[in-house]
Design a protein around this ligand. Structure first.
Ligand code: SF4
Ligand code: MG
Length: 318
C-alpha cells in the first residue's frame, strides 16, 4: 500500500546524495490467497524491487506491506525471520542463486535447518521428498549445481523455496533465462505446485506472453508505477492503458478488432532518476494530452476490478 523505494545516487568527493532513483513510486495492490498475480514491465520498471520489498529483502522507503493483515515493515528482525518461512523467492538465474560448492542436499537442507529441523535424517528425507515433488529424483541430492541443466537447476531452486511450506512465493522472472521449450515445463510445474500446496505467487516477467497462461490477474508497471491491473482476460482482450496496448501490440494477435487499436511504442524508457513530469508515459504515448505533462494520473478502478492510471479514463481531466 503506497509502496515507495527510492535509491540515493551518491556523487562528489564526499559521496553525498545528489538525487534519487524512484525505483518504485507509490504502488498499491493486493494478492489473494491461492492467486497468481503477474507483474509485467520492461527492465528497470521496478517490478523486481517491488517483489523484493514484499519480502523485505529490500527495505521500502515508504508504504505498508501487509501479509495476512500484519504490516511487515514494522516487524522486528526476529519476528520477520519467523514470518519469512511463509514467504519465499525464486530468482531468475538459478545458477547464480545456487552455491556451486554445495551439494543439492546441502542447498535444500539449509532453509530446513534455519527454521528448526535439527534432525539430519529428517532433513535427508525431506530433501528427497522435495526433489521428487519438483520432478527430480532423490539420487540427485549428492550432486552439484553444475551437473544439472538450466531447467533442472530451476527445479532445485523451486524445491529450496518449497522446503518450509511457504504460503507466498515471489517468482522473479523464474523462466527468463531458460530455453522456450523448458519455460513451459517449468511454468506447468509451478502451476501444478500452486494447486497442490495452495500457494500464492507474485509472478514477475518482462513480457506479457510469459504470464498469460499462468496468471489470474496481471499488473503492468512503467517507470516505478503500476499503470494497469485487472483480471487476465480483461487485460489481454480489453486493455485500457496505452502502455499495455503497446506491450500487447508487440505480441502478434489474431483478432482484427484489437489489430486496429494498435499502439506502437517509440523511443526508450526514460531514466528513473529523472522521470517525466505528470504521467511518466507521456513522452512515449501517442494519445498524450496537455494535462498528461502536468498532472500525474491517479490509479483508479474504472470498472469492476479494473484499475488504470490514465487521464483518458478520468472524465474531469478532459
Ligand atoms: Fe497517455 Fe496521458 Fe494516459 Fe499517460 S495519462 S497514458 S500520457 S493518455
Ligand atoms: Mg528484474
Amino acid at each position: 500500500n503506497g509502496l515507495k523505494k527510492y535509491f540515493d545516487i551518491k556523487g562528489g568527493i564526499f559521496g553525498r546524495s545528489v538525487g534519487s532513483v524512484k525505483a518504485v513510486d507509490d504502488v498499491s495492490f493486493t494478492v489473494q490467497e491461492g492467486e497468481i498475480l503477474g507483474i509485467v514491465g520492461e527492465s528497470g520498471c521496478g517490478k523486481s524491487t517491488t517483489g523484493k520489498s514484499i519480502l523485505r529483502l529490500i527495505e521500502p522507503t515508504e508504504g505498508e506491506v501487509k501479509f495476512e493483515d500484519k504490516d511487515i515493515t514494522q516487524l522486528s528482525g526476529e519476528d520477520m525471520r519467523k514470518l519469512r518461512r511463509n514467504m519465499q523467492i525464486i530468482f531468475q538465474d538459478p545458477y547464480a542463486s545456487l552455491n556451486p560448492r554445495h551439494t543439492v542436499e546441502k542447498i535444500i537442507s539449509e532453509p530446513l535447518l534455519i527454521h528448526g529441523m535439527t534432525d539430519a535424517k529428517e532433513r535427508k528425507d525431506r530433501v528427497k521428498e522435495l526433489l521428487e515433488v519438483v520432478g527430480l529424483s532423490g539420487y540427485h541430492a549428492s550432486r552439484y549445481p553444475h551437473q544439472f541443466s538450466g531447467g533442472q537447476r530451476q527445479r532445485i531452486g523451486i524445491a529450496r523455496a518449497l522446503a518450509n511450506n511457504p504460503k507466498l512465493i515471489i517468482c522473479d522472472e523464474p523462466v527468463s533465462a531458460l530455453d522456450v521449450s523448458v519455460q513451459s515445463q517449468i511454468l506447468n510445474l509451478m502451476e501444478k505446485l500452486r494447486d497442490q500446496f495452495n500457494l500464492t505467487y507474485v509472478f514477475i516477467a518482462h513480457d506479457l506472453s510469459v504470464v498469460k497462461h499462468i496468471s489470474d490477474r496481471v499488473g503492468v508497471m512503467y517507470l516505478g508505477r503500476m499503470v494497469e491491473l485487472t483480471e487476465k482476460d480483461k487485460l489481454y482482450d480489453d486493455p485500457k492503458h496505452p502502455y499495455t496496448k503497446a506491450l500487447l501490440s508487440a505480441v502478434p494477435l489474431p483478432d482484427p478488432d484489437i489489430e486496429k487499436d494498435r499502439v506502437i511504442l517509440e523511443g526508450d524508457v526514460p531514466s528513473p532518476s529523472n522521470p517525466p513530469t505528470g504521467c511518466a508515459f507521456h513522452t512515449r504515448c501517442p494519445l498524450a494530452m496537455d494535462i498528461c505533462k502536468e498532472v500525474r494520473p491517479q490509479f483508479e478502478e474504472i470498472e469492476d476490478n479494473h484499475f488504470v492510471a490514465c487521464h483518458l479514463y478520468d472524465e474531469t481531466a478532459q
